[in-house]
Ligand binder design. Structure first.
Ligand SMILES: Cc1cc2nc3c(=O)[nH]c(=O)nc-3n(C[C@H](O)[C@H](O)[C@H](O)COP(=O)(O)OP(=O)(O)OC[C@H]3O[C@@H](n4cnc5c(N)ncnc54)[C@H](O)[C@@H]3O)c2cc1C
Length: 435
């Protein structure tokens, strides 16, 4: 074991810190020669694991923007060169964590399948559990100490080979060999940001209140100035805008109810603002992600492109790559735009027309594109630019699609004629010249 312990300070105890502690836990526990290591984690909010963004105490109206099946808290067998792994029970995915929690509590909020959207506070609860689990593993490892400090780090001072970590509470500085800055999202002081300063002036002139940062919603959107009798203007219609709208409506006690026609109607509770005006440069809400069933069985349901494969990239490196050092090792460098982007265009064309015309078309299109594809792999630099290469690759797929499209149009035209006859009197397809 090293005689003097290594001192590591981590500033920010949110999700990224959780992932760092997971890697440290797996690495130090797996060592034959124990390591003396002192870790101090600072977080100004004290929300160790979830951080402020994913706080378990936040409103229940905010959702995570990922489906449950896409979230994990640790490296697993799928991560190349991850190093040692924790045991499977120590690293549940969010889905496994939710299933277990549902078994324990029976609370339907945890009754999730892979393609469900979790509430953000649920993600925060899982992060907190995982963070605590990793800290426990580290603390149980010989030579390792972990300290959690709720404090704001305000400066780092260089002292020889070390950094002194200074906190707002004036506690004696901690001298660290390494400092990891994992401070994530932070809001700026509005008076120092020219865009916000002019909003602040406007608000002052019109006796309005400017909320420079909406989070945490429970603190920023006080009912005293966002309740009945007020108008709330929401600058921005992205994910934060949606969080705000939900919080000011459902979060206040209103409900969305479906009528007999299946239409959703909002039933107010009386605690909302009188009106909410949401605006942005585009005037559009951010687009919702499509419903994603792939998470049920990634292996069989995830789309796999036949052209932009690891093998194709290896071949391109061989034929047109320029000798370089990448990640410390010699590797032949590709130019993304010239060498990779044309293959993305080909994959997109195949996917679009494959969905439009079905699996048989897809197989035929793959075969039709093959000669051009192989020519490209053999010498991608023979083309003037990515545009010329893209057109060359996509042309066989488009030609096939055009031919199939014309046939489909013919068939559809035939069906249309038949339908006119059927509706307009005694149908006689043969006399109409239809099959
Ligand atoms: C409102 C919001 C919603 C989001 N939703 C999603 C989502 O649904 N899905 C998704 O994938 N990503 C989402 N994100 C992106 C988000 O960046 C990541 O999910 C994640 O929070 C990043 O983790 P982090 O640990 O790097 O940073 P953060 O989560 O920001 O955590 C940083 C931590 O550092 C602490 N800190 C900061 N400065 C100091 C200091 N000087 N001293 C001590 N402590 C300090 C903070 O208190 C905080 O707890 C969202 C971000 C926001 C702002």
């Amino acid at each position: 074991m090293n005689a003097a312990p290594l001192h590591l300070a981590i500033v920010g105890g949110g999700p990224t810190c959780t992932y760092v502690l997971e890697r440290l836990a797996a690495l130090v526990r797996g060592r034959r020669d124990p390591v003396a290591l002192e870790i101090v984690v600072y977080d100004l909010s004290g929300e160790f694991g979830p951080g402020q963004v994913h706080s378990p105490d936040q409103t229940r109206t905010s959702y995570l923007n990922r489906v449950v099946g896409q979230v994990a808290f640790a490296a697993d067998e799928s991560v190349v060169d991850a190093g040692p792994l924790l045991s499977a029970v120590e690293r549940p995915t969010l889905l496994e964590w939710c299933r277990k929690k549902f078994e324990e509590t029976g609370d339907p909020i945890y009754d999730m399948v892979a393609e469900d959207w979790p509430k953000r506070f649920v993600h925060g609860e899982a992060l907190r559990d995982q963070f605590n689990g990793y800290v426990e593993i580290l603390r149980a490892t010989e030579g390792v100490e972990v300290t959690l400090r709720q404090a704001e780090v305000v400066d780092l001072e260089e002292r020889g080979d070390r950094f002194a970590v200074l906190t707002a509470d004036g506690a004696p500085a901690y001298e660290a060999d390494y400092v990891l800055m994992l401070t994530g999202h932070s809001s700026n002081r509005p008076e120092l940001d020219p865009r916000q300063a002019h909003l602040a002036r406007f608000a002052a002139e019109h006796e309005a209140r400017l909320v420079p940062s909406a989070y945490p919603l429970e603190r920023s959107l006080d009912p005293a100035y966002t309740g009945p009798g007020t108008t709330v203007a929401c600058l921005g219609m992205g994910l934060t805008g949606i969080d705000v709208l939900l919080y000011l409506t459902e979060g206040r006690g209103g409900t969305f109810e479906r009528d007999a026609d299946g239409e959703l109607h909002y039933v107010p509770c009386g605690a909302e603002p009188d009106s909410i005006v949401a605006f942005s440069r585009s005037g559009l809400f951010t687009f919702a992600r499509p419903y994603n069933e792939k998470e049920r069985d990634i292996a069989s349901l995830e789309y796999k492109g036949p052209f932009l494969t690891a093998g194709a990239v290896t071949e391109l490196r061989r034929t047109v790559g320029v000798p370089n050092v990448i990640g410390g090792a010699p590797k032949r460098q590709l130019d993304f735009e010239r060498h990779v982007f044309p293959l993305i265009l080909l994959e997109m064309a195949l996917l679009q027309y494959g969905v439009q015309y079905g699996p048989e078309f897809r197989e035929a299109a793959i075969a039709a594109a093959r000669p051009a594809y192989e020519k490209f792999l053999a010498d991608a630099d023979a083309f003037a630019d990515h545009q010329e290469a893209g057109e060359f690759l996509v042309a066989p797929v488009e030609e096939l699609a055009l031919a199939v499209g014309e046939r489909v149009d013919d068939v559809l035209a035939g069906r249309t004629a038949l339908a006119v006859h059927a509706g307009g009197g005694p149908a006689d397809p043969e006399s109409a010249g239809l099959p």
